[in-house]
Unconditional design. Structure first.
Length: 371
C-alpha cells in the first residue's frame, strides 16, 4: 500500500486533511493551528511531496524524516505534520480493521469524561448556565471568570469580579461538581497569584493558562505562590517543550493538542512522559468532529487522561462526517469502528465555506494591547 494523494480542505474555521492510498483506504485528520489555517494548508501541500509514494504504515519513520529534514521547527509545520499523522493512524487502523486505540495498547477506559463551559454575560446567566449543564449530566464544568470589557477595568476590579463569578457558580451548583477556570493568558504573574489565592477556597480543579506561554520560568514563579493546580500547554507543539514543562514540576495538568503537538504519534509519547511524573493529561480540544474523534482514540489508550472539553457546539458540523460520536451525559462513548472512528463526507464540505480569521487584539483603557 502506498500514498497516492494528500488533499487539505478549508471548512468553516477548520482545516481537514484526507490521505488517499492505492488500495482505496482513505485516512482522515485535522490541523489545529486555528488562527493560521491557510498557512498550514499550504504547508500540507508542500509536505505532501515527501509522503506521496510512501508506505502509510511507517508512521514514526515519516514523522522523523520530515521533522529532522532541515531541523526547521515551528507550529505551522507541526500542525501540518499532526494532521497527516492522524490520517496515517486512521489508514493503519482501517487496514487491519481495528480502532486506533487497539493499536496503541487497548482501552484504559470505556468512555471519555468531558466538561462543558459555563457562559453568560451576567452573574445570573452564569448561574443558569451552570445549573443547566449539571442537569444535562455534566459533573465537570469550566468557566472564564471574566465578563466582556474586563480589559478596561483596573486589576482590583478584574479580581473582584472574577471572585464574584466563581462564588455565584459555586452557590448555584454546590461543591460536588468539579469546576475549572480558563484564564486565557490574561493576567500578569502577580495578578495571577493574587486571584488564585482569592479563589482557593472555592475548590478549583485547575487554573488554566494564567499567563502567556512564552516563559515557563514566569509560570513556575506563579506555581510556587498558589495552591490551585495549574494546567497549560495548548500552545506547545513538540515533545521537547512538554518535557521541559514536566521536568520543571510547574504544572499538574498538561494540555497537548493532537492536531498541533505531533499527532497521535508524539502525543502518546508526551502522555508517557507525564505519566512518569504523575502529571495528568488534559487535552486541548479545538476543531471539528474529526479532531474530537482523534482525541477520543488517544484518551482511551492512556492511563493518565483526566478530561477534555465536550465541544458540544461541534454538533452543528456533524454533517461533515459519517457516524458522529455518541455523547452519554458527561462522557463521550469510545467507538469500536476501525481507524479513528469517523469518515469525512466530502460531498457536504461545500455547505461550510471557509471563514478566515482576522487578526485582532484586545486593548486597555490607554490603548495598549492587552491580549
Amino acid at each position: 500500500m502506498i500514498i497516492t494523494q494528500i488533499t487539505p480542505f478549508l471548512v468553516d474555521s477548520f482545516l481537514l486533511v484526507r490521505v488517499y492510498t492505492d488500495q482505496g483506504i482513505v485516512g482522515n485528520g485535522e490541523a489545529g493551528l486555528w488562527a493560521h489555517q491557510k498557512t498550514v494548508y499550504h504547508a500540507i501541500q508542500e509536505l505532501s511531496q515527501y509522503y506521496i509514494g510512501k508506505d502509510p504504515t511507517r508512521i514514526e519513520h515519516h514523522y522523523q524524516a520530515v521533522s529532522r529534514n532541515t531541523h526547521f521547527m515551528g507550529s505551522v509545520l507541526n500542525a501540518a505534520m499532526s494532521a497527516i499523522d492522524v490520517a496515517l493512524w486512521d489508514i493503519l487502523g482501517k487496514s487491519v480493521n481495528l480502532p486506533v486505540y487497539q493499536l496503541l495498547g487497548g482501552k484504559c477506559r470505556d468512555k471519555i469524561k468531558v466538561f462543558n463551559n459555563v457562559t453568560g454575560d451576567t452573574l445570573a446567566e452564569r448561574a443558569t448556565s451552570a445549573i443547566r449543564n449539571v442537569e444535562n449530566g455534566f459533573n465537570s464544568l469550566r468557566t472564564s471568570p471574566f465578563f466582556s470589557g474586563w480589559e478596561n477595568q483596573t486589576s482590583t476590579q478584574v479580581i473582584t469580579m472574577a471572585v464574584e463569578i466563581v462564588s455565584t457558580i459555586r452557590e448555584a451548583i454546590g461543591y460536588e461538581i468539579d469546576l475549572g477556570l480558563e484564564i486565557h493568558r490574561n493576567l500578569t504573574p502577580d495578578e495571577a497569584i493574587i486571584l488564585a489565592n482569592e479563589l482557593a477556597p472555592f475548590r478549583i480543579l485547575y487554573y488554566e493558562d494564567p499567563l502567556a506561554p512564552q516563559s515557563v520560568d514566569a509560570l513556575d514563579y506563579v506555581a510556587r505562590h498558589v495552591h490551585i493546580p495549574i494546567a497549560t500547554g495548548e500552545r506547545f507543539y513538540n515533545v521537547q517543550q512538554f518535557k521541559g514543562l514536566i521536568d520543571q514540576k510547574t504544572v499538574s495538568l498538561i494540555r497537548p493538542d493532537v492536531s498541533l503537538a505531533g499527532g497521535i504519534t508524539q502525543c502518546k509519547k508526551i502522555a508517557a512522559l507525564a505519566e512518569a511524573s504523575f502529571v495528568g493529561v488534559f487535552p486541548h480540544l479545538m476543531g471539528s468532529p474529526v479532531n474530537i474523534a482523534a482525541f477520543v482514540q488517544l484518551d482511551a489508550s492512556i492511563p493518565n487522561y483526566v478530561l477534555m472539553e465536550s465541544n458540544i457546539g461541534a454538533d452543528t458540523f456533524n454533517e461533515i462526517i459519517v457516524q458522529p460520536l455518541e455523547r452519554d451525559a458527561g462522557y463521550l462513548v469510545v467507538p469500536d469502528r476501525p481507524g479513528i472512528g469517523v469518515e469525512i463526507n466530502e460531498s457536504k464540505l461545500d455547505k461550510f465555506p471557509y471563514k478566515p480569521r482576522q487578526i485582532s487584539s484586545s486593548f486597555g483603557a490607554d490603548g495598549a494591547v492587552i491580549h
